[in-house]
Design a protein around this ligand. Structure first.
Ligand SMILES: NC(=O)c1ccc[n+]([C@@H]2O[C@H](COP(=O)([O-])OP(=O)(O)OC[C@H]3O[C@@H](n4cnc5c(N)ncnc54)[C@H](OP(=O)(O)O)[C@@H]3O)[C@@H](O)[C@H]2O)c1
Length: 295
C-alpha cells in the first residue's frame, strides 16, 4: 500500500489542477458523456483525453476511463472512530481544508454528483465547486418516495442540471427545469446498477456518489463502484452515525482488500480504493491469518 506524500503535493499544485481541467475539457469536447456515442476508436472519439496527464495521478483513473461506459466514484469523509457526522448530525467540518478542496476537485471532474434523500434533507448541501476552478456538475438526489423538499439548495437554478430520481409511483412537484428521472424499483429500492445506467443514458457518465453512508454502502454492496475515496480525519467524534454498513457478513479471513493508494491531504489521509474489474482481477488480496500453532 504505497504512501506517497510527494505525489500528493504534486497532484495538488495549481498547475497540475489546470492540466487536469484541460484534460477534462478536452474530453468533453470529444462528446464524452453523450448518450449514443460512436464506438471507441471511431473517428472523432478518443479513449484518452487529448491532453496527457501522468498515469499515476490520483485523478487519472477518472479521466482515462473508458468513454463507452459509466465511471462511478464514491467519496466519504470520516473520523478516526469511523463516524461520518457528529451526534447532532453535523458532517460539514470533519475533514480539513485540503480534504474539502479534494471533494470540490472531484465534483469539478465528474458529470454528476449524487446524494441520498437523507443527506439532502439533513445537510441542504450546495454541491458546487466554489473552492476550486472548474464547472459545477449536475446535482442528483435519490428520492424514491418524493420526500425531498423542492426548496433545497440543490434545486436552485444556477445553470447546472438538477435531477431527482424517483420511483414509479412517487409524486413530486419541482420547479420547471428540474429533471425527474423515474427508475424501476424493487422492494429494496433502486438497484445501484439501474441508477448508474439511467444517469448514463441521461448523458451523465462520470458519477460521484457523495453520500451518505447508506447510499454509498448500497453501491459497495452491489459492486457498482469503480473507486472509493475515503478521507479519514484525525478527530474522535465518539458519537454520531457510522460510515459503511455492508450487508454481507464477513469473516476477517474472507474480507476483500481492494488495491489501495494512500495520499496525505494535510492532516487528513485519503484512501483511494480500486473496486474496478481491473483492480479486482488478480490483485484483490486475501487476509493471511496467523496460525496460533506455529506461533
Ligand atoms: N462525512 C461525509 O462525507 C458525509 C457525506 C454525506 C452525508 N453525510 C451525513 O450522512 C447522514 C445521512 O446519511 P444516511 O446514510 O442516513 O442517508 P443517505 O445515504 O444520505 O440517504 C439514504 C436515503 O436515500 C434514498 N436512497 C439511497 N439509495 C437508494 C437506493 N439505492 N434505492 C432507493 N432509495 C435510496 C433512500 O431514501 P428513502 O428513505 O426516502 O427511501 C434512503 O433512505 C447525514 O448526517 C449527513 O450529514 C456525511
Amino acid at each position: 500500500m504505497p504512501f506517497d506524500v510527494d505525489r500528493s503535493a504534486r497532484d495538488e499544485s495549481t498547475e497540475a489542477w489546470r492540466a487536469l481541467l484541460g484534460a477534462r475539457r478536452a474530453a468533453r469536447e470529444l462528446s464524452d458523456g453523450e448518450p449514443g456515442l460512436p464506438p471507441v476508436g471511431a473517428p472523432g472519439r478518443a479513449a484518452r483525453p487529448a491532453i496527457a496527464i501522468p498515469p499515476d495521478t490520483l485523478f487519472a483513473p477518472l479521466l482515462h476511463s473508458d468513454p463507452a461506459r459509466p465511471f462511478v466514484v464514491a467519496q466519504l469523509g470520516q473520523s478516526l472512530d469511523g463516524r461520518i457526522a457528529d451526534g447532532l448530525g453535523e458532517s460539514r467540518y470533519i475533514n480539513g481544508r485540503r480534504g474539502l478542496t479534494h471533494l470540490h476537485r472531484l465534483r469539478a471532474l465528474v458529470d454528476a454528483v449524487v446524494i441520498g434523500a437523507s443527506t439532502a434533507i439533513a445537510d441542504d448541501p450546495g454541491l458546487d465547486v466554489r473552492h476550486v476552478e472548474g464547472d459545477n456538475p449536475a446535482r442528483v438526489v435519490i428520492d424514491r418516495r418524493g420526500r425531498v423538499p423542492p426548496t433545497l439548495r440543490l434545486f436552485r437554478a444556477d445553470g447546472a442540471r438538477r435531477v431527482v430520481v424517483v420511483g414509479a409511483g412517487a409524486r413530486v412537484a419541482h420547479a420547471p427545469g428540474v429533471e425527474v428521472l423515474r427508475v424501476r424499483e424493487d422492494a429494496d429500492g433502486f438497484a445501484p446498477a439501474d441508477l448508474v445506467a439511467a444517469l448514463h443514458a441521461a448523458g451523465l457518465r462520470r458519477q460521484l456518489i457523495e453520500g451518505g453512508a447508506e447510499t454509498v454502502s448500497r453501491f459497495i454492496d452491489a459492486g457498482a463502484l469503480d473507486r472509493l475515496h475515503l478521507i479519514v480525519a484525525p478527530v474522535l467524534l465518539g458519537d454520531g452515525p457510522t460510515g459503511f454498513s455492508l450487508k454481507r457478513p464477513r469473516r476477517l479471513s474472507d474480507c476483500d482488500r481492494p488495491p489501495t493508494r494512500i495520499y496525505a491531504l494535510g492532516g487528513d489521509v485519503l484512501f483511494d480504493c480500486d473496486f474496478s474489474d481491473a483492480g479486482s482481477a488478480g490483485q484483490r488480496q486475501q487476509v493471511e491469518m496467523a496460525d496460533p500453532q506455529v506461533e
